[in-house]
Structure formats: structure tokens, C-alpha cells
Design a protein around this ligand. Sequence first.
Ligand code: NAD
Ligand code: IPM
Ligand code: MN
Length: 354
Amino acid sequence: MAGHRIAVIGGDGIGPEVIDQAIRAAEAAAKKHDRAELSWNKLPWSTAFYKQTGRMLPADGWDTLAEHDAILFGAVGDPSVPDKITVHELLLPMRRKFDQYVNLRPAYLFAGVPCPLVGKKPGAIDMLVYRENTEGEYAPIGGQLYPQTADEVAIQTSVFTRRGCERILRAAFDAARKRPRKLLTSITKSNALVYGMGLWDHAFEAVRKDYPDVKSNSLLVDACAMDFVRKPEAFDVVVASNLFGDILTDLSAAVTGSIGLASSANVNPTKKFPSMFEPVHGSAPDIAGKGIANPLAAVLSAALMLDHLTLASSADAVRAAVATVLAAGAVKTPDLGGTATTTQMGDAVVAAIG
Ligand code: NAD
Ligand code: IPM
Ligand code: MN
């Protein structure tokens, strides 16, 4: 019996609702397929915690997280507190502090899921987006003068390092090499953003030489956005900067049916620090508390976590159960055109795991 210590931060809005179902699915699969023991340390860090304590997490919170093998995260963000606090004091520093530089975001068109694009068959869209997760446009560097006056001035600085670009490109090329199509598309906007994106392009040209078996090309982000809609089946592995990867993965989620299905892994490949697994979506204040959020993005994120914990059979079992439930079509949350609740969707996945 191997024990895996998992820190759980449900967070705000639909975060805790979907994470509860992800835990149920991971538990069921790990018990059945890997005879593995998972321990869940539920941490109440959220907007409510902030309102009680003045902090998003306790002073020793980062040390607490560091003691775990993985972090399962819901979402943070609440209309009553600025994102500058909720997101900027918990989510974004976590990615940087734990050097989770690989943000893997798969997008797959499951059978039984209505695709907003005409004529796409199940499996036709099957891409892995590798998003740089620690620098680029999200570097916490900038400042403002005379805020909220007519003279307001703001500077928001992007930081691209050769090391930072090369390591995310290598992670993406390594993934492409293992996939049947062996295609990789590097996304920039180097026609306009000549410095940072120019450096990215230099890194891409250097790294691709080490992967002659991978067919790689470079595409500007505006054209990429168009092609994600026009011909998403053309993409296999896509690698992009922090901001472009963020935007493109809401789009890849939309073309594969719902953001309620989009999973992600924030990985520190060195394993020096814990990796974090979370749905691509946010706290969805518009549907929070109604019990209708689709939990499958969180469930599939838990599957990525099981992969990371080397519980591959369990991870595959969770993904197979999700595919079975979606293909059967009897249980669908409103985002997929049905009337099922979050818990009913979780029940269906657990039943399919068996
Ligand atoms: P959002 O992803 O929360 O919601 C966008 C839309 O998608 C909404 O209409 C919502 O109802 C729908 N949606 C999202 N997840 C769904 C699910 N599982 N099932 C069904 N429908 C779903 O994005 P937003 O509204 O722009 O952001 C809300 C808050 O969440 C903000 O404070 C934002 O900063 C934060 N946010 C946090 C994270 C995170 O913690 N990882 C990610 C994105 C946004
Ligand atoms: C995501 C979110 C975050 C991001 C926000 C909440 C800062 O949109 O994880 O996709 O942009 O990384
Ligand atoms: Mn996003």
C-alpha cells in the first residue's frame, strides 16, 4: 500500500463543488486499480478564509503545501474581493513558488459531447496545449502612477528568459515525440512583440534541432485562434506563452464542447516541489451554489494528478469512466445540454469506475 498525501484547496464558488466529485472519482479508481491509499488534507483557503484572517493562506501555508505529493485545486475568485488579492495571493504565486513551469491543458472531443463546430467526429480534436506557467506576460512586474485619475499611467512588463522558454519548449517536444502524429506548433506574436517573442523564436529554433523526428512549425497567435475554430483537427501539441496559452485554452475548451470538461496540470517536472492539478475554468460565480457545475474538468484534472503520482491504471480508469458516461449521454449537466446536477454527474463517474 503506497500512501499519497494530497493537499486539497477547493477555494471559491464552484471550486469546492467540483473538487468533491474529483476526490470521489480518484478514490474509487485508486482503490480498485492500484490498491493505492490517497490521503486528502482539505485546506479552507478561499475568499471566506481571507475575510476571516486577512490572508488567502496562513503564514506557514507554503510550507504546509510543500509537505504534500500533489495539490488538487478548485478555483479562486469572488466578486466581493478583487482578483488582485484572491488570484494574486494564492494561485499565481503557487505556480511560481513551486516552479510549476509546465501547464499542460489537453483538449479532446469526447463521443456524446455536442461540438459547436459542424461535422467534427469524436476524437477529431485531440490536442495538448503546453502553456508556459511562470514568466512571460504574467511576470509580476510593473507599476502605476496617479491611479484612477485622468493622468493615470501603468506599466506591465513581460519577462521572457532563454531558460524559461527552452524548458517549456523541451517539455512540449518531449510530449510530441511520444504521440502518434508527432506534430508541434509554437505560438508567438513575434511580428508585433519583437523582443520577448523574438527570444521565444530563438529558443524554438535551437530546441527543434534536437527533435528531428517531430514535425514542428511556428504560428502567430491570431492565426492560431482562427485555426482552432476553422481546423482544430490540424493541431497535436501546441506550445505557447503564459497569456497566449491561457486564452487559447478557453478556446480549445469551447471547441471541444464545454469549459466544464477542460482539465489542467501545473507541473514541476523536477519533483522538487509539489505539482498542482485544477480545472481550466474559474469559480463561476454565475452558477455557484446551484449544484449544476460540470465536475468533469475537475475529475479529469484528478486523472492527470493520478498520472503524476504514477498511478497510471487509476488515471486511465477515471478517463475511461468519463468517456463512458459522456458517450452514454444519459447524465449531462446544463453546459452539455442536460439537467443533471454536479453530484449526479459524480455518481455516474463513480458507478462507471465500478
Ligand atoms: P469562469 O471560468 O469561472 O466562468 C466562465 C463561464 O463558464 C461562466 O459562464 C461559467 O458559468 C461557465 N463555467 C465555468 N466552469 C464551469 C463548469 N464546471 N460547468 C459549467 N459551466 C462552467 O470564468 P470567469 O467568470 O471569467 O471568472 C470567475 C472568477 O474565477 C474570476 O474571479 C476569475 O479571476 C476566477 N478564475 C479563477 C481561476 C482559477 O482559480 N484557476 C481560473 C479562471 C478564472
Ligand atoms: C487560468 C486562469 C488564471 C490564469 C487567472 C485566474 C489568473 O484564467 O488558470 O486559466 O490566467 O492563469
Ligand atoms: Mn484562464
